[in-house]
Design a protein around this ligand. Sequence first.
Ligand code: PHE
Length: 337
Amino acid sequence: MIEEIEELRRQALAEIAAAVELQALEELRVRHLGRRSRLREAMSQLGSLPADQRPALGATSGGAQKAIQEALDQRRATLIEAAEGGTALDVTLPGHRPLRGRLHPLNSLAEELSSIFQRLGFAVVDGPEMEDEYHNFDALNTPADHPARDLHATFYLEGGGLLRTHTSTVQIRIMETTPPPVRVVAPGRCYRRDTVDATHHFVFHQIEGLYVDRHVSMADLKGTIEAMGRQLLGPQTKVRFRPHFFPFTEPSVEYDFSCSLCRGEGRGCRVCKGTGWVEISGAGMVDPAVFAAVGYDPERYTGFAFGAGIDRIAMIRYGIDDIRLFLESDLRFTRQF
Ligand code: PHE
């Protein structure tokens, strides 16, 4: 009899462990612990057994009853928890949406800029972020005593080299390897040792443009910049050119777009600080000294070059007043675009 009860116990525990529905669990309870179960029957016969057999059988059947009850309780809790946690299969529940990745707002703006220039006939090219002084400064007619070469603005690398401080390096790399005419844009990351605040970061993004051919003029530059502004910020966008200096262009300008947020009206606008204009970057006609560095004939060819601050364009376009948001990888921010 003792063996029979132990066998009953093993069987009951196995069945309980295999039960996947509460209903089945209840049926097992009735079958194994109910009034008409074999276990109860055995227990009810205890009294009629000889006294010396009673304790052993009593202990075995009592232990079995306790173990089965505990197994039922535990299994029941597990099944309820699974059902509430949604892990039990309910084919009527809506499916889990897979997380979809997307481009960072600065990357998608860089792509948009690239395609604007592609439509104007520019090819999209790339250059290294780790550069040498020659491509970042010397070939761009920036002598060693120029303030831009000051240690405070440039990250110099151990063992020589530096992190490019602008995308103008790509002008040189392209002209070194391509005979004129060239018409390219180069988007990418740049680095400067700036103190980080709402409008400055040590990493920022530019897109460089370069167009060299016979008879390229300042008018071509103005038309190209204007086309960029209108396609980016709308057909009402105005462009303003201000005289400026860059070592690698002559004449040089800085250019502004009319503010797309307040439509150039200023008055309390937080994006243009009330001026109606937003500074984008610099541009100009390629300096003959740059042509000399890459072996282009300055008597035969002219060209224009421009930069555009991608972070800055993104800030005016989306009305963002803190450049740091772009680099913090906070999904609450980047998901909004
Ligand atoms: N490289 C300049 C800068 O980073 C911008 C520029 C590009 C100016 C091309 C003129 C021509 O500020």
